[in-house]
Design a protein around this ligand. Structure first.
Ligand code: PLP
Length: 462
């Protein structure tokens, strides 16, 4: 058997999996112990034929695959895989191009250059912004904040790359308690120090208080400062007031970083773009393509308004690098990785498949499905919505006759998952247990919404 028999097998198994999405249980059906039993085999000395490896792999993982790519998965913020993106992902592996520099794969470099430009256009970001295709929003934060750190300290005649952070002016971070934990991890990794975060209060609607921010900036107007804002809170989908905050922060020479892991995509839709008003004034933006753009994991994107700061924080040179044509994109100047997967092929393919309207439609459809799910659940006896959805995130909870709504909410969430038709996650929100409804997949149809609502209704009836 040739090596390629394994590829044929992969296509067959992939198709069977994708064909099963409508009917397979969304929840995992195997226990940890069962998965270990089927996967923890003797490692052989002599190996085995590739096609057999693939057959057995597909068989042995099956019951442990979460149906997170089905149209009835509403946990976390996950997203699906568009056909062209998935196929381009397979080719990316077949071509096995190192996306480090132009010389190791000119095609990869040029595809990234083009996809980056398209993305800035769709997301309405400044065309002169630099960008990098990284693993996820987490690394997008790290990359953006490294550029911020470089710039803010360079402004104070401190070269952080050479001199390090010991003895450097302390950078203060202003953000809200609602920021995503990945931001804290980036701050920790970069040595900025979690103790240097000042949490700015939020208004009743969850947006950062502009007044409180103004006071914080003024109180320490000389300190180098990064202001971290959100486009799309993970519970409510809320957006900060970029239009007011960006100019204010810039008065104090602060760097504004925006976490728009999924919310940044609101800019693609005529119906939701207003939420992003002023976002183009930020200094850096982090987002994911593996969430709302519906490309396979992993795919994050960072944009930086000051390309010099971005490049200066990462650029390197090694004797064995091959010089590229003057204007060619050298990904290594923008990416924290050295050797890396050529992530641009998938983004390029996804954007070609969807076009501008296709991206907007995914946003609109997911938001509409969220509205229907929240309204449908709110209308059921023993359930209530906790917040009106702003985009594709909803919050509901379930009510108990004994007043223990938190326990009831967790119980109903578990019952829905056990029944296997739909999958929702739980969260703590303003002192209450809640069920999150996150719709991020282009596959979610009206029928999926109906089936999910029926599943919630059944779980409530028990
Ligand atoms: C998912 C998410 C992140 C982290 O993104 P990864 O792609 O998991 O690294 C950051 N911020 C928000 C708001 C998110 O939803």
């Amino acid at each position: 058997m040739s090596d390629y028999a394994a590829l044929d097998k992969a296509v067959i198994h992939a198709q069977a999996f994708l064909d099963s999405l409508d009917e397979r249980p969304v929840a995992v059906t195997a226990t940890l112990q069962e998965l270990r039993q089927s996967l923890d085999k003797q490692l052989s000395d002599s190996g085995m034929p590739p096609a057999e490896v693939i057959d057995e792999l597909a068989r042995d993982v099956e019951a442990g695959l979460l149906g997170s790519t089905t149209g009835r998965f509403f946990g976390w913020v996950i997203g699906g895989n568009l056909p062209a993106a998935l196929a381009a992902d397979w080719l990316t592996s077949a071509w096995d191009q190192n996306g480090a520099t132009y010389a190791v794969s000119p095609a990869s470099s040029v595809v990234e250059e083009v996809a980056g430009r398209w993305l800035k256009e769709i997301l309405r970001l400044p065309q002169q912004a630099s960008f990098a295709f990284v693993t996820g929003c987490q690394m997008a934060h790290v990359t953006a904040l490294a550029a911020a750190r470089h710039q803010l300290l360079a402004n104070r005649a401190w070269n952080v790359t050479r001199q390090g952070l010991a003895g450097a002016p302390t950078i203060r971070i202003l953000t809200s308690e609602l920021r995503h934990e990945s931001l804290s991890r980036a701050i920790g990794l970069l040595g900025l120090g979690l103790d240097n975060i000042d949490y700015v209060p939020v208004e009743q609607d969850g947006r950062m208080s502009v007044e409180a921010l103004a006071a914080a900036l003024k109180a320490d107007s000389e300190q180098p400062t990064i202001v971290c804002l959100q486009a799309g809170d993970i519970n409510t989908g809320q957006f900060d007031d970029f239009e007011a905050i960006c100019p204010l922060a810039h008065q104090y020479n602060a760097w504004v970083h925006l976490d728009g892991a999924f919310g940044l995509w609101a800019a693609a839709s005529d119906n939701y773009r207003h939420l992003m008003r002023g976002a183009e004034l930020a200094d850096s933006w982090a987002t994911d393509a593996h969430k709302w753009l519906n490309v396979p994991f992993d795919s994050g994107i960072v944009f930086v308004a000051k390309p010099e700061a971005h490049q200066a924080s990462l650029t390197t040179s090694a004797g064995y690098l091959v010089a590229a044509p003057e204007s060619a994109r050298e990904q290594m100047d923008w990416n924290p990785e050295w050797s890396r997967r050529s992530r641009g092929f998938v983004l390029y393919a996804a954007l070609r498949e969807l076009g501008r309207n296709g991206v907007a439609n995914i946003v609109d459809q997911c938001c509409a499905a969220t509205q229907r799910l929240v309204a449908g659940i709110d209308a059921m006896d023993g359930a209530e919505k906790l917040a009106e959805p702003i985009i594709n995130q909803g919050l509901v909870r379930f009510l108990a006759s004994d007043g223990n709504h938190d326990a009831r909410t967790d119980q109903v969430i578990e019952r829905i998952r056990d029944a296997g038709t739909a999958w929702f996650g739980g969260t703590d929100w303003r002192g209450k247990r809640a069920m999150r409804i996150s719709v991020c997949n282009y596959r979610t149809t009206d029928r999926d919404v109906e089936r999910a609502l029926a599943a919630v209704s059944s779980a409530l009836a028990v």
